[in-house]
Structure formats: structure tokens, C-alpha cells
Design a protein around this ligand. Structure first.
Ligand code: C2E
Ligand code: MG
Ligand code: MG
Ligand code: MG
Length: 285
């Protein structure tokens, strides 16, 4: 499988001599094919929304993060970390992102009528182009009204790239959405350039410790120090913390001992269809 990022034509063209070769030409063609396939993927029902459980300190399900899956009939499974950047470039992320948002709200509205699901939250990933879009706040307002979803159960995950792009616009939009009752989570926390300064500037409810810190935490003293520092600072700032990518009992134990509130990772469940998540819920309780 070609590494799409490696052959990014724009990146190669800007500052470096462009070594044109047949392999590169081939990769660019694959990229173009995938870009146009992505344009139709949603109509063809090739895109699916999976949900990964999030649990509390007692192991009880508290909610889920929605994650896109693309099963192309010829290419097979394509990872969101490959196709989301392409969807951003072409603008296809706008209808796709809107579809994910609408699905989340439809599910939350349905859950609100069922006592065993009513307290669960859903987190969705918002891309930079989607968030920057002038109509984003109105779009959310409309979808909430149409579906009747309880806004307090919806979390929007932002990344630092969104914030860096335009801090003022980000804060303004976050405040407008917060007035509707929506919550915000900072995704991949700790991987950016100025993560700490954003804790002060942004009206956040939650941060997600990036899985790269969790991975080696139990054998790497530096990662352990970073994780405990993030847990401690978020406690002082009254921010909820989610640990991402928890795979082992040892990682869970370490996080638990240092006061981590919420947990997400393969140890509890892989991303799964929503129907399975509802089953998971019944199972845990
Ligand atoms: P993310 O938001 O940081 O999502 C977490 C990623 O970690 C997911 O990868 C998830 O499957 C993976 N993961 C969860 N638990 C574990 C674990 O225990 N071990 C390991 N190794 N990995 C784990 P996935 O589904 O491939 O998504 C990758 C990225 O694509 C996401 O990172 C997010 O940035 C983006 N993405 C996915 N769905 C959407 C979407 O609907 N909209 C937008 N804009 N971006 C999306
Ligand atoms: Mg996320
Ligand atoms: Mg993340
Ligand atoms: Mg990530």
C-alpha cells in the first residue's frame, strides 16, 4: 500500500528539488483515484460510523467516540488517518462531517428516550475545515433542533491544529456552541507545540491524553512523568481526563493510581458498530 503522505506533491514541490519518477507518478494517480472514490463513498454506503467505548473508574460505560470506517470494494479497508486529510483537501469532509454529526445527534435523541442509555455521551472528531466553515455553528444548531438530541450529551473533539489556525475564531465558536450546552474535548493532548497555553485560553471540558504517551508509560520514566503531570494539572483546572489507547492492565493500573477519570482503548473495546456498543452496555451493567 502506497504511503500517501510520503508522496504529497505539494510538500515535495515547495522547498525541495522534485525528483520525478515513475513510482511517484503512480502514487499520485492512486491518490487521485482515492480522492474521487471518496467523493462517492458516502452515497455508496462505503463509509460506516463505528463507536469505541469509554469507561469510568469502575469500568462502567459512560459513552463512546465515533470513528469513521471506509471499506472500499477494490482497495479494501482504508484508515481514517489516510482519507481524512484527503477529504479535507477536496472539501468532501464537509458533507461527511455533517453526516457524522447528524448520526451522533440521531443516536443521542433515541438514547434519551431509553433510561439505560440516557446518560451516555457521544464524542465526534471535528476537522479543521469543518470547524472553520462559516456555517458550522448554525449547522450544529439546526441538526440539534431537527433531531431533538440533548446537547449536553454531545462532545466535540478538537485538535491543536484547529486552534493554531485561528485562536480568536475558535474561542468565539466554542463559546457560541457552549451556550447551546455542547461540551468540548481537546484531542491528542500533549502532541502539539503549545498545549499548555490552550488550557488557559480555551473553554474546554475535557482533555484526551494522546496514546503515544500511554503506550510506553509503564516502561519509560519520561512518559510516566508526562502522564502524571497532565493528570495533576487537569485536576487542578477541573478538567475531565480521558486516557486514549489503553491496551494493558498495567497501563490501566498506573492511570487508576494517578487518578485518571475516564479510559478508552482496546483493553475495553475496539471501535464497533453502534448496535454492538448498545449490547456492550447491557453486558457491563
Ligand atoms: P483520534 O481521534 O485520536 O482517534 C483515536 C484513534 O486511536 C482511533 O484510530 C482508534 O481506533 C485508535 N485506538 C483506540 N484505542 C486504541 C488502542 O488501544 N491502541 C491503539 N493502537 N489504537 C487505538 P482510527 O479510528 O484509525 O482514527 C484515526 C484518526 O482519524 C482519529 O484519531 C481522528 O483524528 C480521525 N478520524 C476518525 N474518524 C473521524 C471523523 O469522523 N471525523 C474526523 N474529522 N476525523 C476522524
Ligand atoms: Mg478523537
Ligand atoms: Mg486522539
Ligand atoms: Mg489521533
Amino acid at each position: 500500500q502506497a504511503d500517501l503522505a510520503l508522496y504529497d506533491a505539494k510538500a515535495a514541490g515547495r522547498n525541495t528539488l522534485c525528483f520525478y519518477n515513475i513510482e511517484m507518478q503512480y502514487a499520485l494517480e492512486i491518490r487521485a483515484v482515492i480522492q474521487s472514490a471518496l467523493y462517492h463513498a458516502q452515497e455508496l454506503n462505503e463509509l460506516q460510523i463505528y463507536a469505541q467505548p469509554q469507561v469510568d473508574r469502575d469500568g462502567h460505560l459512560v459513552g463512546a467516540e465515533l470513528l469513521l470506517r471506509w471499506q472500499h470494494p477494490m482497495v479494501g479497508w482504508i484508515s481514517p488517518s489516510q482519507f481524512i486529510p484527503l477529504a479535507e483537501e477536496t472539501g468532501t469532509i464537509l458533507p461527511i462531517g455533517q453526516w457524522v454529526l447528524r448520526s451522533a445527534c440521531q443516536t443521542l435523541a433515541r438514547w434519551a428516550r431509553q433510561p439505560q442509555y440516557a446518560a451516555l455521551t457521544l464524542s465526534i472528531n471535528v476537522s479543521i475545515r469543518q470547524f472553520r466553515h462559516a456555517g458550522f455553528v448554525d449547522e450544529v444548531r439546526t441538526i440539534l433542533a431537527e433531531t431533538g438530541a440533548p446537547p449536553a450529551r454531545l462532545k466535540l473533539e478538537l485538535t491543536e491544529s484547529i486552534v493554531i489556525d485561528n485562536v480568536d475564531d475558535t474561542v468565539r465558536k466554542m463559546n457560541q456552541l457552549r451556550q447551546m450546552g455542547i461540551r468540548f474535548s481537546m484531542d491528542d493532548f500533549g502532541t502539539g507545540y503549545s498545549s499548555l497555553s490552550y488550557l488557559k485560553k480555551l473553554p474546554l471540558d475535557q482533555i484526551k491524553i494522546d496514546q503515544s504517551f500511554i503506550r510506553d508509560m509503564t516502561c519509560d520514566a519520561d512518559d510516566a512523568a508526562i502522564v502524571t503531570a497532565i493528570l495533576s494539572i487537569s485536576r487542578s483546572l477541573s478538567l475531565q481526563v480521558v486516557a486514549e489507547g489503553v491496551e494493558t492492565e498495567a497501563q490501566q493500573q498506573f492511570l487508576y493510581e494517578h487518578g485518571c477519570e475516564l479510559y478508552q482503548g482496546f483493553l475495553y473495546g475496539r471501535p464497533m458498530p453502534l448496535a454492538e456498543l448498545e449490547h456492550f452496555h447491557q453486558h457491563v451493567r
